[in-house]
Design a protein around this ligand. Sequence first.
Ligand code: NAD
Length: 478
Amino acid sequence: MAFEYAPAPESRSIVDIKPSYGLFIDGEFVDGRGTSFKTINPATEETLAEVAEASEADVDLAVKAARRAFRGWSRMSGKERAKYLFRIARILQERGRELAVLESIDNGKPIKESRDVDVPIVAAHFFYYAGWADKLDYAGLGPNPQPLGVAGQVIPWNFPLLMLAWKIAPALACGNTVVLKPAETTPLTALLFAEICQQADLPPGVVNIVTGAGSTGQAVVGHPDVDKVAFTGSTDVGKAIARAVAGTDKKVTLELGGKAANIVFDDAPIDQAVEGIVGGIFFNQGHVCCAGSRLLVQESVADEVLSRLKRRMGTLRVGDPLDKNTDIGAINSAEQLARIRELSDIGESEGAERWAPPCDLPSSGFWFPPTIFTGVTQAHRIAREEVFGPVLSVLTFRTPAEAVEKANNTPYGLSAGVWTEKGSRILHMASQLRAGVVWANTFNKFDPASPFGGYKESGYGREGGRQGLAAYLKGADL
Ligand code: NAD
């Protein structure tokens, strides 16, 4: 018998979305000198707010404010800086529900993820780096660690607040000041974070938030008085940024795309592996750089894994991101939906077999059902390109060597998953897989103490952990 779920929507009355937002520069919200753009709710296509598009002149003001603030902030003792970071972390927890609801409205992700994953890890990141602020001498990153100066940071839309935390927390802990540009489709939680900086009495100019699209991002990374560029986003834009900063003294970290293999051996606990496959690709609508978008399943268990996977996919609930029952929310933008549709259609025309469970999609907003492709070969574009949506390509293998060869046959190298009951096999696979993170019998697990980053076209540099400090200190390359 099929279960009927009564809707359980989270109230949005806790968030106060203003009709328009300015830029956060030097501790205050100011009008931009450029134009403005709309941010919409991808689940309903309702306009949420009008947001300032920072011009080059606005970015210049923000960088100047960050430079002025750097003098005081970098000379402040680590212990004092830590007090501000701890205060921000506590406010993030106190205002967690508000942040989660706003993130789900602006991004489309299910409330159970923004509430139970994004916001708790955001707060944990600030707590973690607050703890390092007065212990930099003991981080093993060389004697007398010194901050770089002003960091220009540009982030994507898939984890708006979490990517902000990954960027701002280590930068501030090390004594840098920042100018951060959120993605154009998800600016609202960064602007709420700016309010939290005011509430925490953070000295003006230590954090500046400039909203806008690619040209604002270009102005941030290209500004001559920026000492450090930290970018998370697509590989194409990452390459353009690497070219733009080549020949300057700017220190750069790039966190780019991925096409992770999730490898299931025949001795794996199948039900747990199926949960890991589902979490690996359908978490956050598959808008995850480290998503397990290629399932490599050992041939002898492929039929069993696929039939259990299809049964499990039939229970996933797609719909209102604010409903606490929702497993898969809205696709973040019309543009992203078009890309997912295009690559999926190409998958079919290249000969792969497409399957999705029956599912009623809402009539307005941007939606895509959880989908798998079987009969996929390594040459298919759906096996090679990042779809960045709830679409899984299934390939099979016979031997561990074949699994390694297929898993590594990608221009990316961000993450991988291994499902087996043998510890020795986990160690062997981890040593062979060319991926920054390898999860064993789990997937998409994040901890602020654990460094994250890629090989090859997935970028360079690490975020999180002691390694994450190195990106914001002079001469500290790990
Ligand atoms: P994107 O590259 O289109 O945009 C990312 C950010 O860069 C946005 O803020 C955008 O406005 C800005 N931007 C665009 N053009 C720019 C330019 N020329 N100069 C400076 N800034 C510019 O990526 P997206 O579509 O927002 O995000 C999805 C991508 O992000 C995926 O490829 C995903 O894998 C990647 N990602 C990687 C990680 C990681 O840690 N490796 C994490 C999350 C997302």
